[in-house]
Design a protein around this ligand. Structure first.
Ligand code: ATP
Ligand code: MG
Length: 411
């Protein structure tokens, strides 16, 4: 993409009311635009990152046997009354609205009820199970606090998967697969080393749920980590009995602030019972479907990655989620740079080509702020030295590489 066509501009300052580092950097670099507290437009650069994260999530969900669908944002009262979750006293973060005829609707904050209700149309026999459906979409929550930038939005982008199994045993097998898929997602987006599977409160069908918590000073949760076993316990369930449980040595646990990037939850019959979601087993007897749900905060992940990977000059994207692989800067050498741009594009390498007519200093500062992993500078000086100057965003060193060796260098 040509930077001259990218309408966004970098900014020296973030809005004064923006207190979180992730949103400050993402706004300054032109990835998001703040509409109001907790509500951000995703700009072209940001959308490329979101799409990369979403595709990694999609691939890993597909490996587990997940099938993608698109749910609705508008939800009806009747469905939520079945589980007593329509009431604002029970769910305090609903956004509600009305139809012209006066009946009430809400904007989706999650989809357990609509999914259980919808699946009644498709599940009737043991042959229809198991089913794993997932949805990548925007959801809405009237969060009381919106001080964590895109890590806590009032509208945000997530993946939610709902599992429908014949029984607890079949559910547990899937649950274990989901743990592996989640680990793969967080490894692939670059957060693996700092992300811990964390025991959290379970609800009526299992003692624990599992959260995936990424250690960060900007986090809103406190977890206790066993660094050898690579697991943690959320403060909300942290008691002596639980630790004995889990066979953790208290002494060794390290207390850290962390942010929840995903969670997996056994729901049991909590939703299938009120909706009458049943199937006939092999003997022809009615059984309730055993459900689970599995969330990943995709837009939150973009924020967490920025919180973890930045320096005084800007963002430092991990390669797998960077908006582009290469930032190509032309310093008065547009013809030569144009050739290189076309070559890289032909090879399928994603390039942001800074073809703007601005000062070199501005190009360098913008490049550091935007944070693409590889920078290639084409200047009179570099050509005199025999090629282009290549530098990684996270390194001080640059080197001169001959034009026809650029591609092998990048690989
Ligand atoms: P939290 O404790 O942070 O409020 P939650 O328990 O409400 O999270 P879930 O309802 O299980 O989270 O949602 C699944 C995932 O969606 C979370 O693990 C998190 O990554 C993400 N998420 C939840 N709330 C928000 C939000 N307001 N903004 C962005 N992402 C969110
Ligand atoms: Mg919440």
């Amino acid at each position: 993409m040509r930077q001259s066509k990218l309408f966004t501009k970098t900014r020296k300052e973030a809005p004064k009311d923006e207190v979180s580092l992730n949103a400050q950097l993402l706004i300054r670099a032109g990835f998001i635009n703040k509409e109001m507290a907790g509500v951000y437009s995703i700009l072209p650069l940001g959308l490329r990152v979101i799409n990369k994260i979403a595709n990694i999530v999609r691939e890993e969900m597909n490996v587990t046997g997940g099938v993608e669908l698109q749910s609705t944002a508008l939800q009806k009262q009747e469905v939520w009354e079945k589980t007593n979750r329509w009431s604002d006293a029970v769910v305090d973060n609903w956004f509600k609205t009305k139809l012209k005829n006066g009946s009430e609707l809400a904007l989706a904050f999650t989809h357990e009820e609509p999914m259980a209700n919808m699946m009644k149309n498709f599940i009737s026999s043991h042959k229809d199970l198991p089913v794993y459906v997932y949805d990548i979409r925007t959801v809405f929550r009237n969060e009381a606090r919106a001080k964590s930038g895109i890590m806590r939005g009032r509208e945000f982008f997530w993946k939610a998967l709902y599992s429908f199994s014949k029984n607890e045993k079949e559910h547990n097998e899937y649950y274990e697969k989901a743990k592996i898929a989640y680990k793969n997602v967080f490894d692939r987006v670059g957060l693996g080393e700092k992300t811990f599977m964390t025991f959290a409160s379970g609800g009526s069908f299992s003692k624990y749920s599992h959260e995936f918590q990424t250690v960060s000073e900007a986090g809103e949760d406190i977890i206790y980590i066993d660094e050898e076993k690579k697991i943690a316990v959320n403060r909300e369930v942290y008691t002596d009995e639980v630790l004995k449980d889990l066979d953790l040595n208290k002494e060794k646990l390290v207390e850290k602030k962390a942010i929840e990037v995903g969670n997996i939850f056994s729901l049991g019959y909590k939703f299938s019972e009120p909706f009458g979601l049943k199937y006939k087993d092999e003997k022809g007897e009615d059984q309730f479907v055993f459900m689970g749900c599995y969330g990943i905060g995709i837009s939150r992940l973009m924020g967490v990655i920025v919180e973890l990977f930045n320096d005084s000059r800007g963002i430092v994207w991990p390669e797998a989620v960077s908006p582009f692989a290469v930032h190509l800067l032309s310093l008065g050498q547009d013809e030569e740079a144009e050739k290189i741009y076309n070559q890289l594009e032909e090879k399928g390498i994603e390039v942001l080509f800074d073809d703007r007519d601005v000062r070199a200093g501005e190009k360098f500062a913008d490049s550091d702020l935007i944070g693409i992993p590889w920078r290639i500078v084409v200047s009179g000086k570099s050509l005199e030295k025999g090629g282009v100057e290549i530098k990684r965003r996270n390194s001080q060193e640059s080197e001169i590489v001959a034009v026809d060796e650029i591609i092998s260098k990048l690989r």
